[in-house]
Each structure stands twice: as structure tokens, then as C-alpha cells.
Design a binder for this molecule. Structure first.
Ligand code: SF4
Length: 269
């Protein structure tokens, strides 16, 4: 089991807790101000009701953060916490970026931490899909930048010259029977997801594209793998084949099991 307290995850968890604490503080101060201003009876009651609702929501959010840390620590879903990924992806992540900007924490570090937390939450649900319902998305920059073969439509157009890792992907697709696509950007990736309608996605990309992809693809479970950039961003990038294989194996039901028992239906995370 991965250690939950690795710095990458800890950063996001810290910012997430700070965001909830800050909101609680704002709510408390707002309540005190309202009390001091002395609104009319009806208006005062209305504002107080709204404030109590808001604070109630924040207390639940704080409890959620606590249980979330436990989920990350245990590596498996506690209660329905894995399903709260939506709250993390759609609400808390933008708030952590905002806080990060205030505390001058580099955006890329928060994005990396967010990907780690997302992956752990996706893994905690232990979703299994058939091999043909998994989509593997790769960034176009893994293709050698001097290659003129068009691999975005079909990676099998590669001539296996050995200048980049596309041939490894062709072999991987054949070994696991999964669809593998090279996408030139977020728009194409989104279109592929709409067309192929996968039940799970494994995506390799840079921090920025992975975070926006996870955000856009929600509620689809996405395992994100950061690419390697030995020549800088967007040119002749690389990836860890073993991490990709492991992520595929996380989702895909071995052939013999699919004939023995039904696969769990994916209802979003
Ligand atoms: S391995 Fe394939 S995709 Fe890569 S540079 Fe050679 S022909 Fe192009």
C-alpha cells in the first residue's frame, strides 16, 4: 500500500483542510457580524437560518475531509467516501488552487498532489471493467517530433522505426485488448471519451492536462500517470510502461474471471 503521508498527497490534504477551516472561520465571523448589526426580527431569523445551514454543510465537509484522510490511509473505500470524489474534483480542487495562489505554492505542485489523491480515491473503489470498456489515452508528444507517420487516428500506422515508444503501446494494446489512442489535446481526448463511452480511463499526460482531463471526465474513473519530460514540455516525452500496465491491470478483469462472474457496473465515482 502506498504511504498516504507522502508529501505529494499531504500538500493537497493540507490545502483541503485549510480551505474548509477558512470557510468555517468566515462563516463564524459572518455570524458574529450579523448578531452585532442587529437586523430586524424577520431578516435576522432568515440570515441566521441560512448561516446555520452553511455551517452545518461545513461541519459535514470537515468530517468528510477526516474520513477522506482515513480512506487515503487505508487504501480502500470507507463508507461511501470514494464517491465523494466529485466534491474533491469539482469543489475542493478549485479552492486549493485559490489558496495555493495566496500562499504562493506552485500550481504544478498542487496539480501533482491532486492527481495522486484522485488516483488513490479511484483505486479505493476497486472498480473492474471489461478490457474493451477501458480507454488508454496518451499525449501526442510521446511520438518523435520528426516522425511524419499519422498515429493520432490509429497508432498502428507507426512503422516501428524505434525512435519513440509508440510500438510499446501497440504491443500493450494487443496484450491487454484495450483501446489505445494518441490525443493531440484536451478537445480530442474529450471527443474520444464521448465516442468510445468507456467505463474507465487510464491517461498519461503532463500535470496540467491530467488535472483538466480528470475534471472534465468526471464522473468517469480516471487513473492519471504523469509523463516524463527529458527534453522539456511537449517534445519527445516519455512514460513509465510498468505504471501504465499496472493501471490497466487495476481496472481490467482477467479474461477467465469475466466468464465466471459478472463485472461490477460503473455508476460514477
Ligand atoms: S516508432 Fe513509430 S511513431 Fe515513433 S518515430 Fe518511429 S515510426 Fe514514428
Amino acid at each position: 500500500m502506498e504511504e498516504y503521508s507522502r508529501p505529494k498527497k499531504r500538500l493537497f490534504i493540507g490545502l483541503m483542510s485549510a480551505a474548509v477551516a477558512a470557510l468555517l472561520l468566515v462563516g463564524g465571523v459572518f455570524g458574529l457580524v450579523l448578531k452585532g448589526v442587529g437586523l430586524g426580527k424577520a431578516m435576522g431569523a432568515l440570515f441566521m437560518s441560512l448561516l446555520i445551514l452553511f455551517l452545518g454543510f461545513l461541519v459535514i465537509a470537515a468530517a468528510g475531509v477526516l474520513l477522506l484522510v482515513l480512506t487515503l490511509y487505508k487504501g480502500r473505500e470507507i463508507l461511501f467516501l470514494g464517491r465523494l470524489r466529485g466534491l474533491i474534483v469539482k469543489v475542493i480542487y478549485p479552492m486549493t488552487l485559490f489558496l495555493g495562489a495566496i500562499f504562493r505554492i506552485p500550481r504544478e505542485r498542487i496539480q501533482e498532489s491532486f492527481v495522486e489523491v484522485n488516483n488513490q480515491l479511484v483505486r479505493s473503489r476497486r472498480i473492474k471493467v471489461k478490457h474493451d470498456r477501458l480507454l488508454l489515452l496518451m499525449p501526442h508528444c510521446i511520438q518523435n517530433n520528426e516522425c511524419r507517420m499519422r498515429v493520432t487516428g490509429d497508432i498502428r500506422n507507426c512503422e516501428r522505426c524505434g525512435l519513440c515508444r509508440i510500438p510499446d503501446l501497440i504491443d500493450l494494446g494487443e496484450e491487454y485488448g484495450v483501446d489505445i489512442f494518441v490525443a493531440t489535446g484536451g478537445t480530442l481526448a474529450r471527443r474520444l471519451i464521448e465516442e468510445k463511452r468507456p467505463q474507465a480511463v487510464v491517461a498519461v499526460a503532463c500535470k496540467r492536462d491530467l488535472t483538466s482531463g480528470i475534471f472534465d471526465a468526471y464522473p468517469l474513473p480516471v487513473l492519471g500517470i504523469l509523463n516524463e519530460r527529458p527534453f522539456g514540455p511537449c517534445i519527445n516525452t516519455d512514460f513509465d510502461l510498468e505504471k501504465v500496465k499496472e493501471s490497466i491491470r487495476h481496472f481490467v478483469v482477467p479474461e477467465k474471471e469475466t466468464t465466471e462472474r459478472p463485472v461490477e457496473a460503473v455508476s460514477g465515482t
